[in-house]
Design a protein around this ligand. Structure first.
Ligand SMILES: Cc1ncc(COP(=O)(O)O)c(C=O)c1O
Length: 453
């Protein structure tokens, strides 16, 4: 028998994790939540080891931050080299070359046959905040339209732009003004009476109408859109819709901001998921896997728009840190050398083959879907009612981690299991992880006595 990559020898949490968990509950607010009741000791590639010596295959990748794998040697070397030279001078005080080099490289990769500029921040939310600021400054308009189900962060503006109430917005109002939410396609849950094409056209017609009923287009600075909705359960819109939205924006002189914070840097098999839809957004917000675990984010935008703001109006103390930029340059090197976009396609194909096999077995799997290596399973009580079954997703994750696989929940109805594994995962690790996931689903569905197909 092949050697196993996972090895879970204790209950979760194990004895050391239990102690840490107690200290954590005493000092850290519960609102800063966690998915897995244990603490990491070591991470390598697609493997995590906890403080009790339990070994897991990582299908979560720190919510999509680790596309190049944990502690990739190229990233680690770049960080060591950087640490040995300088840590922080403040790009707004004494500048440094890694910022410039990373910006040049990213601008060259981003879609759009126009001149671009790039600025760096620390977090995803901060990137969105800045894209919105620039769009407003450039257009001299105030309103921003985002989509229901979209997730953009936890600051006041990004929380306001987010299109899911619990847990992100509930009792945190009042929200930022001049934010409007339009409908996003969810093909699995479209009205039965409509064909796919009719549904897509219907939503586009509604989007046009939105600028009559909700907000005047000449007041709208930008439309903000995830090319694939992440937190809402990997909802993939159709090309007609995305292209239609871009065309409507263009017609009204509204800027398009693509939120690629979760979809970017190879996750869907391309550097930017908008490339699948043939769209060249005015702005792209990036974060997560661009830094391989270092806190860095960015806004890529049309040169003339990025140049509208005046000196001192954008930026921040730690924005685009030397460590973040050095990690980012190394990430791009790894992505190119190891052809991670192609690898994402291979990983995605393997995952979807397994998911389809599971779909053919279990009636409680309502849909399996994926774009590149951004793949998910949506659980329902049964296929005919499509009633969301969040308990099945939660129990699957629990059974999976007991067996050594860490994955994540998502979904408008919290009923989706999503995978964001490092793209450097080996075929053997991937196969073992997927077999464990299938076993976890099997155990959960047997316990819940759901129907077999
Ligand atoms: C699409 C998207 N936008 C924005 C954010 C917010 O990023 P951060 O948590 O770094 O602020 C996230 C985080 O999950 C995200 O997935």
């Amino acid at each position: 028998m092949n050697q196993s990559f996972v090895n879970v020898q204790t209950e979760l949490p194990g004895p050391k994790a239990k102690e840490l968990l107690k200290r954590r509950h005493d000092i850290v607010p519960d609102a800063v939540s966690y998915g897995i009741p244990t603490f990491v000791d070591k991470a390598d590639g697609a493997i995590l080891q906890d403080v009790d010596g339990n070994r897991f295959i990582d299908f979560a990748g720190a919510i999509g931050c680790i596309n190049v794998g944990h502690r990739h040697p190229t990233v680690v070397k770049a960080l060591h080299d950087q640490v040995d030279r300088y840590l922080h001078t403040g790009f707004n005080v004494m500048m440094y070359e890694p910022y410039i080099e990373f910006a040049e490289k990213i601008a060259a990769l981003a879609p759009g046959s126009f001149d671009k500029k790039v600025m760096f921040l620390n977090s995803g939310a901060e990137a969105i905040e800045n894209a919105v600021k620039i769009a407003r400054k450039h257009t001299k308009k105030q309103a921003i339209v985002s989509f229901s189900g979209g997730f953009h962060g936890r600051t006041l503006m990004t929380m306001s732009l987010t299109g899911k109430v619990k847990p992100y917005k509930y009792e945190y109002g009042p929200f930022a003004p001049e934010v409007y939410h339009a409908a996003y396609p969810y093909h699995y849950r479209k009205p039965k009476s409509m064909s796919e094409a009719e549904y897509s056209q219907y939503l586009l017609d509604e989007f046009e109408k939105f600028f009559i009923s909700e907000v005047a287009p000449d007041n709208v600075a930008a439309v903000l859109m995830e090319p694939v909705q992440g937190e809402s359960g990997f909802i993939i819109p159709d090309k007609t819709f995305v292209q239609g939205v871009a065309a409507i924006c263009k017609k009204h002189g509204i800027l398009l901001i693509a939120d690629e914070i979760q979809t970017g840097f190879g996750r869907t098999g391309k550097y930017f998921a908008m490339e699948h839809f043939g769209i060249e957004p005015d702005f792209i917000t990036i974060s997560k896997s661009m830094g391989a675990g270092l806190p860095i984010s960015g806004v890529i935008g049309r040169k003339e728009m990025m140049d509208t703001a005046n000196a001192g109006e954008l930026g921040g103390t730690y924005c685009g840190s030397p460590l973040g930029c050095s990690a980012g340059i190394a990430v791009l090197e790894v992505m190119e050398k190891e052809r991670l976009n192609e690898r994402a396609e291979v990983v995605g194909d393997k995952v979807m083959t397994k998911f389809k096999h599971m779909y053919n077995r279990f009636d409680a799997i309502g849909e399996v879907r994926g774009l590149g290596a951004m793949c998910a399973i949506e659980f329902v009580e049964d296929r005919s009612s499509k009633k969301p079954a969040p308990q099945l997703a939660a129990q699957t994750l629990k059974e999976a981690r007991k067996r050594g696989v860490i994955a994540l929940k998502a979904g408008v109805y919290d009923n989706v299991v999503r995978l964001l594994m490092p793209l450097v995962i080996t075929d053997e690790q991937l196969e073992e992880g997927l077999d464990i996931l299938e076993e976890a689903v099997e155990v959960v569905l047997m316990k819940n006595k759901t129907k077999q197909v």
